[in-house]
Design a binder for this molecule. Structure first.
Ligand SMILES: NC(=O)CC[C@H](N)C(=O)O
Length: 396
């Protein structure tokens, strides 16, 4: 989707004109930032004041053009420790005021250089407050960024934006997930084995499990039920990922097989939407989604409120105030977003399965929700103890 002229110096790029064109015809002018060329995607905004490296490299942002509401981006440059995957996934990047001199002890290059090196077209000098308000009022929509000396005429640019694919109906997990299975070893003593279905997994997620003594077998999005059970898992995990959950029929059917076997199950973000679908709930597109690291969520099982990291444009349509009967027993909405009452978590009452719509791995973001990884460990421990006592009962 991105064409770019590589190799030009960042400073020269920044002097070039750029324009952002929304599919409803509104345009914003600015200057080239990162690679020069044109790019298309869904325009979304993120309210994170920090963590731009984690945002850029989160595979869930595949095919999205991310607008940063924080006005000054790039201050801490780019390091080699913070990326959540091997590359930048955002389709384009929109900032108000890029840092001219990045400064941080870990920084090895500037954000502008990194975007240029990875061929990511961006735009700076945009009135991001006006753009965010527009998206909030009109909803997320397709967008194009065009930069360079000779920009196409307005009609051509708008026509190109309107030809870009929509996010609704897009099936993207297989494009971003690993092609080969790999193992993230437990840190310290190994206590559990987890099969993690990669739908666009962030690097911090298996790390948070490894920290708790879990050996994580990360499997491709196309993994079958047989692949999942071949690793003899104590628990199964479904990751975050890009695209419309309504298209994720394969992971839904794999998850249903896992639920039928009552194996402990945990899902994050796309994984929460898949659990919703596996239980028979619908999913729908939010007007402009939740993206950032400052979203208040209530855990209804404890009443506690946590500040959490989000990146989702779709949500599960489940009743908030009633227990639902599903093919896998009773299910309940466990977490809710306090800004807008969107479903942020589900759990089953009759077997060990739960999921959240947000990001307890906290990369970037506050660590309030880390307890969810401990909950997963407890489910696996209880389930293993239960199986041992059942076996002993049978022998007696
Ligand atoms: N981070 C995610 O897993 C996002 C899930 C889904 N693609 C959405 O936008 O809602």
């Amino acid at each position: 989707m991105t064409t770019s002229t590589r190799g030009s110096s960042s400073q020269r790029n920044q002097a070039l004109p750029a324009v952002l064109v929304l599919e409803d015809g509104r345009t914003f002018s600015g200057r080239a930032y990162g690679a020069v060329g044109e790019t298309f995607g869904e325009a979304v905004f993120s309210t994170g004041m920090t963590g731009y490296q984690e945002t850029l490299t989160d595979p869930s942002y595949h095919r999205q053009v991310v607008v940063m509401t924080a006005p000054h981006i790039g201050n801490t440059g780019v390091n080699d420790e913070d990326p959540e995957s091997q590359r930048i996934w955002v389709a384009g990047y929109v900032v108000r005021d890029p840092a001219r001199i990045p400064s941080n002890w870990r920084s090895v290059r500037s954000l502008d250089e990194e975007l240029t090196a990875q061929g990511v077209v961006g735009i700076s000098g945009v009135d991001t407050r006006a753009l965010t308000r527009h998206l909030r009022e009109r909803g997320a929509m397709r967008v194009g960024i065009f930069s360079g000396d000779a920009l196409p005429d307005a009609g051509t640019m708008l026509a190109k934006v309107r030809q870009a694919p929509e996010m609704k109906g897009s099936d993207l997990s297989a494009q971003v997930a690993t092609k080969e299975a790999y193992v993230v070893p437990a840190i310290g003593e190994k206590k559990f084995t987890v099969a993690a279905v990669d739908l666009g997994i962030k690097g911090m997620t298996p790390h948070r499990m490894a920290e708790r003594g879990i050996e994580v077998h990360v499997l491709p999005a196309t993994a079958t039920v047989e692949d999942v059970y071949a690793v003899e898992p104590d628990g199964v995990f479904f990751s975050n990922g890009p695209g419309d959950p309504a298209t994720a029929d394969h992971p839904v059917s794999v998850m249903q097989a896992v639920l039928a076997r009552k194996t402990p199950l945990f899902g994050i973000c796309f994984g929460n939407q898949i659990l919703g679908r596996a239980l028979g709930f619908g999913t729908y597109k939010l007007k402009y989604g939740h993206r950032g690291i400052n979203q208040p969520v209530q855990d209804r099982t404890t009443g506690k409120v946590e500040v959490t990291a989000h990146n989702h444009g779709f949500a599960v349509d489940a009743p908030l105030d009633k227990v639902s009967d599903t093919p896998f027993g009773r299910a309940e909405v466990s977490h809710v977003c306090l800004n807008d009452n969107v479903v942020e978590g589900l759990h089953l009452l009759d077997q060990p399965a739960f999921s959240v719509q947000y990001h307890p791995e906290a990369a970037a973001g506050p660590h309030d929700a880390a307890y969810l990884f401990d909950r997963f460990v407890e489910l696996m421990r209880d389930n293993n103890q239960h199986s041992v006592s059942q076996m002993e009962g049978q022998r007696a």
